[in-house]
Ligand binder design. Sequence first.
Ligand code: ACO
Ligand code: ZN
Length: 444
Amino acid sequence: MGSIDTPKSEQNGSTTAITDAGAKSSAVDSMPPPLTKQSNGTMAETEISKKRKGGVLPLEVGTRVMCRWRDGKYHPVKVIERRKLSPSAFSDYEYYVHYTEFNRRLDEWVKLEQLELDSVETVVDEKVEDKVTGLKMTRHQKRKIDETHVEGHEELDAASLREHEEFTKVKNIATIELGRYEIETWYFSPFPPEYNDCSKLYFCEFCLNFMKRKEQLQRHMKKCDLKHPPGDEIYRSGTLSMFEVDGKKNKVYGQNLCYLAKLFLDHKTLYYDVDLFLFYILCECDDRGCHMVGYFSKEKHSEESYNLACILTLPPYQRKGYGKFLIAFSYELSKKEGKVGTPERPLSDLGQLSYRGYWIRVLLDILKKHKGNISIKELSDMTAIKAEDILGTLQGLDLIQYRKGQHVICADPKVLDRHLKAAGRGGLEVDVSKLIWTPYREQG
Ligand code: ACO
Ligand code: ZN
């Protein structure tokens, strides 16, 4: 499958492996060309440009303009925010921009010289735009937001949703250190106010406590006795382990995980009441401990038959098949519960791609092997994939016909092979014989 909205190097380029106390090895894979060094912002330069542009500067929030990206090419951006480089009255600004062709995770602060001022276009009406984007929420999300309300706060209306968008539009934490990795973040996350002034946070990779300074982390690591996530190890195969963490029993861990995950999840508007969730943490284990690769969360009770709320593979581990492993795992749990399941909506761009790839592979593998007719219901029973998702997937591949008021699967083996090939390689396999788990039951 082709690259999504960004070059492949985006993901790997944002991660640096840390070899020992703070020493960084060179970035993994091909790092995009470095951005041009910061301008010294000389007065002369600024004045000339000001004159030339006849009062265009500083650019207003909402301005659309072309901006040089890390690939060295110019791309259209919208100015989201601006800030002065120094308190001086004549100081230049830098701009927080959104590349309109790309996902919000690539939003960043840029210097004036990256902007092509001759291309300055319009100033858009922010309020009109926000009305559209601010309301993209599922009923379920809305309910969750309502649940997280602090007592005395009125219902969240469209205006406060817009305010939330406004508040989260600029990334707060730029990088985190987690285990061996330094990772550039993708989105805003609502860390407590005392972390407002930090652009980098240091996480303990085992208990996920986060700190402002490296020395604090080093002191913490001497005391912290965890070498794996809290909770029960429910799966082990080779070096891969899965841990189940009950948000009610491990509240702080659950909250820390939500803060961390939000840095890479855009559309999940708030962190949840963790009591209601179970967290499944995937780890790569070695002699130093079990290192978190990714996770998914699951509501203890879901009215909407959601079997997964949020899924994340940490950037250094992405595109290696762990995402599909986590998805497959979530369906194995549903099978053990004797239920069908579906991921909570909306799905992100990467979530959509991963699910689609997983559904295609699982369903087409069965259709290929199966002799004779098979119904959507039967497919659903075999895979725990919800019937609507099966129908949507097969319709997307043009494998469904509507005959005599019924959906019929029409699967020519050659066509199946073609689709399977296009769907790319499968993820890491879940070995069900290594899963030791019973569905959640309320205790006491
Ligand atoms: N560009 C293009 N395709 C991609 C990319 C990318 N950057 N990343 C993943 N994919 C697609 C590919 O089709 C890939 O299959 P392939 O390797 O055969 O080409 C497929 O997704 C899955 O790849 P995996 O390696 O199995 O998945 P990964 O470990 O990268 O995890 C995940 C996928 C969890 C979605 C990850 O991208 C992530 O954590 N993203 C940030 C958080 C997020 O968006 N989560 C989903 C939100 S929706 C929800 O939570 C219900
Ligand atoms: Zn710790």
